[in-house]
Design a protein around this ligand. Structure first.
Ligand SMILES: [Zn+2]
Ligand SMILES: [Zn+2]
Length: 139
């Protein structure tokens, strides 16, 4: 393999996971659903391939909420930590809530998305690109 293994966990520690592949496409999402799911100004996610992800503990504690058709948001059923955004429209992987990582994934968020739904009390002060909704598809 030769790739670094990143460990992550929820707030209470019941759920632990590892990522053994690339952590890509990091972004901050300001949509109202991410704001509520995180209880914060925005959610920060990276794309993770299913094959690179493994639950190490507490997979039975992971709960899912269908936040919109074809989308499941997973979280720890004990402490409520947001874990994944899983979309049927994007098979083969999911977006990981990178605030639950216990190590530096090296990747840095490259953009803000859904700034059209941004919390009025939060001001974006960096120079990253801002997209009103989804960013344009690349790659
Ligand atoms: Zn937990
Ligand atoms: Zn969002």
């Amino acid at each position: 393999m030769g790739e670094a293994v990143l460990l992550g966990s929820c707030l209470c520690g019941a759920v632990r996971y590892q990522v053994s592949g690339p952590v890509a496409d990091a972004a901050h999402c300001h949509c109202s659903q991410c704001r509520k799911a995180h209880g914060a100004a925005f959610g920060s996610y990276s794309w993770i391939e299913d094959a690179a992800f493994q639950w190490l503990a507490g997979s039975d504690a992971v709960r899912a909420f269908a936040s919109s058709p074809g989308v499941r948001r997973t979280f720890c059923g004990n402490c409520g930590s947001t874990l994944q955004y899983v979309s049927a429209g994007y098979p083969g992987g999911f977006w990981l809530a990178i605030g639950t990582l216990d190590a530096d994934p090296a990747v840095r968020p490259a953009l803000h998305m859904f700034v059209g739904s941004k919390a009025p009390w939060f001001e974006i002060t960096d120079n990253l690109p801002q997209h009103r909704e989804w960013p344009p598809v690349t790659g």
